[in-house]
Design a protein around this ligand. Structure first.
Ligand code: T3D
Length: 261
């Protein structure tokens, strides 16, 4: 399947999605959001797709809304409707995909592009990456989940300063603050991310997907609700082939072969 704004390749269980508008720092258009949603939908349905990797072509990761496409908007343009049709469902599709999503932040992640990066489960950043709110810089408020994730990841006090002042967060600062899992040399980024993606794609991916569902659930509930939910979901993974294989392999003192079911 070929798309207008992204490249999608699948290799040994890993779906690699590359935002592909490098001349615009991979700035987002409605078409890019639709392409992303289609690719995520296909990854959801394809049982051979067991991990997803998202990165950007060229120097930028994603500069957020393409500001060169805003000229033809008239006074009836609805920012809300635009977000409800494009970046909101794109971010939601990533959160609801019950497969690990790793983001390789190769360069600037700004505005809704920051929201896209934060929607993933694990982030590795190039030393050249930067994390830029951008919204306040053009007189907007955060969207695409940025006001949800930033206070949770870096704390509400830092999030307020970052968002109010449009602070550009360097890769090393992002690591210190827990915004990314790892910072890599630019030339090593894709090798490191692909190694992680392949490792995850050969792990018990059913249990990883259910863990993701559990982590999503934990963000809005009490401790009592969460441990109840854990017990409920253990009944799902406890009946999986991977669980039988994991226990058998342990007893036979061999490496398990997980199939994600
Ligand atoms: O409906 C709605 O519109 C609401 C939705 C809102 C969602 C949003 O995402 S709002 C936020 C929109 N994004 C921005 O405001 C970011 C603007 N860009 C920047 O702040 C900086 O460019 C970056 C921090 C992303 C990167 O800085 P730097 O110094 O590394 O690169 P640069 O030189 O500024 O940009 C490189 C090129 O990318 C440049 O093109 P050129 O001059 O080489 O031909 C620049 O124009 C282009 N570019 C960067 N951001 C965008 C962009 N082109 C179109 N749209 C962009 N957002």
């Amino acid at each position: 399947m070929s798309y207008q704004t992204i490249l999608v390749e699948q290799n040994k269980g890993v779906v690699e999605i590359t935002l592909n508008r490098p001349e615009k720092y991979n700035a987002l258009t409605s078409q890019m959001a639709f392409d992303m949603m289609d690719a995520i939908k296909k990854a959801t349905r394809d049982s051979t797709a067991r991990a997803v990797l998202i990165t950007g072509a060229g120097r930028g990761f994603c500069a957020g809304q393409d500001l060169s496409e805003t000229d033809n908007r008239d006074e009836n343009y609805s920012f809300r409707n635009h977000l409800l049709k494009t970046y909101n469902p794109m971010a939601m599709a990533i959160r609801q995909l019950e497969k690990p999503v790793i983001v390789a932040v190769n360069g600037a992640a700004a505005g809704a592009g920051l929201g896209l990066a934060l929607a993933g489960d694990i982030r590795y950043a190039s030393e050249k990456a930067k994390f830029v709110p951008a919204f306040i810089g053009i007189g907007l408020v955060p969207d695409t989940g940025v006001s949800y994730w930033l206070p949770r990841l870096i704390g509400p006090t830092r999030a307020a300063e970052v968002l109010f002042t449009n602070q550009h967060i360097s890769a090393s600062q992002a690591l210190d603050w827990g915004l990314v899992n790892k910072v890599c040399e630019p030339d090593a980024l894709m090798d490191e991310v692909r190694a992680l993606a392949h490792k995850l794609a050969h792990s018990p991916t059913l249990a990883i997907g259910v863990t993701k569902r559990m982590l999503n659930h934990s963000l809005g509930v009490s401790f009592a609700d969460q441990i109840d939910y854990e017990a409920y979901l253990q009944d799902v993974t406890g009946r999986s082939e991977d669980y039988s294989e994991g226990v058998t392999a342990f007893q036979e003192k061999r490496a398990p072969v997980f199939k994600g079911r």
